[in-house]
Design a protein around this ligand. Structure first.
Ligand SMILES: Nc1ncnc2c1ncn2[C@@H]1O[C@H](COP(=O)(O)OP(=O)(O)OP(=O)(O)O)[C@@H](O)[C@H]1O
Length: 289
């Protein structure tokens, strides 16, 4: 559905943000997962035709995106990571303005779409309030509403759950799952849990390169039967994937073919395990083989 080949982007200051990205993304929810500075926003802005790559091709269905950005824009919804300055316009008026920019010119159509989206994003009660006065979570919900205007086939969402409280986050998850059936929704995040909850397909990006992509199941298979959990730090620290806390007590996730210490119990591999495995791969031996 979305095909990216040899995509490279270098900023004017010489920062190489994308290095020869090759990706084939299917319909449905796709997660783009990577640490800070990995290149997620750079890739999303490039796919949304907001910046031009130095090299490469992007095809969405039968559209050659780089040579025909207008054709993509008619099918695109984009939620940027930051909106910048909000004009002092009411939420409704700003959505109406954006609807016109998207080519939704008929008043009745604008009204029905905007009202439905305000309802979906829990903003109906604030339709007449200025967006400039919205809280962070309300702005995020507004951003989601504007991205959905025109019922786009490709929805690109840069950190959509940023700033949402747990109830709104769940609401957004349900909304995205419901609308993802006949579209491609590409969402970027460094919150692994969001992707685990939502995305059957994932791409891991680090330092401008795609380090892995595929179904979550295919990414977990190499780790299965090799992940252990322990509350005690193993003496051989080489294979520790993560060191976190639960209720203030340490939790170690360890990648090893044999029980790494007496306290370790075997556990199901998670996307978080795979993510940390990829990030630390230069430093640890490949114990999956
Ligand atoms: N306009 C720019 N000019 C120069 N360098 C940039 C620009 N925008 C991003 N970069 C650099 O490109 C690299 C990738 O940045 P990008 O914002 O795409 O990463 P990210 O994965 O979205 O990070 P985060 O999760 O922190 O938002 C980083 O080194 C960043 O400093």
């Amino acid at each position: 559905m979305l095909s990216i080949s040899h995509l490279s982007l270098t900023y004017a200051d010489g920062t190489q943000a994308l290095r020869e990205i090759n990706l084939q993304l299917p319909q449905g929810m796709v997660g783009l997962l990577g640490p800070n500075g990995a290149g997620k926003s750079s890739l999303m802005r490039t796919l949304a035709c907001l910046q031009t790559p130095n090299n490469g091709d992007i095809h969405f269905n039968n559209i050659d995106v780089l040579s025909n950005p207008m054709a993509l824009r008619q099918q695109l919804g984009y939620l940027p990571q930051y909106f910048g300055v909000y004009p002092h316009m009411s939420c409704y008026a700003l959505l109406q303005h954006m609807a016109i920019l998207k080519g939704i010119n008929e008043k009745a159509q604008q009204k029905s779409q905007i009202e439905a989206l305000l309802e979906l994003t829990n903003l109906s009660a604030f339709a007449n309030k200025s967006v400039a006065t919205f809280s962070g979570g309300m702005r995020q919900r507004f951003g989601i509403a504007q991205a959905l205007l025109g019922d786009p086939n490709l929805l690109i969402m840069d950190e959509p759950t940023a700033g949402l409280d747990p109830a709104e986050r769940e609401r957004l998850h349900a909304l995205l799952v419901n609308i993802s059936k006949d579209k491609l929704i590409l969402l970027s995040t460094h919150i692994v849990e969001d992707i685990e909850n939502l995305c059957p397909f994932v791409a891991l990006i680090n330092d401008g390169e795609i380090v892995e992509s595929g179904t979550v199941q295919s990414l977990l298979t190499p780790l299965q039967a090799n992940v252990w959990q322990s509350s005690i730090r193993p003496t051989d620290t080489q294979h520790i994937l993560t060191e976190s806390y639960r209720f203030g007590l340490p939790v170690y996730r360890i990648l090893a073919q044999q029980q790494p210490c007496a306290e370790a119990v075997p556990v199901e591999a998670t996307l978080q395990d795979r993510y940390f495995y990829e990030l630390s791969q230069q430093g640890i031996a490949d114990v999956t083989h």
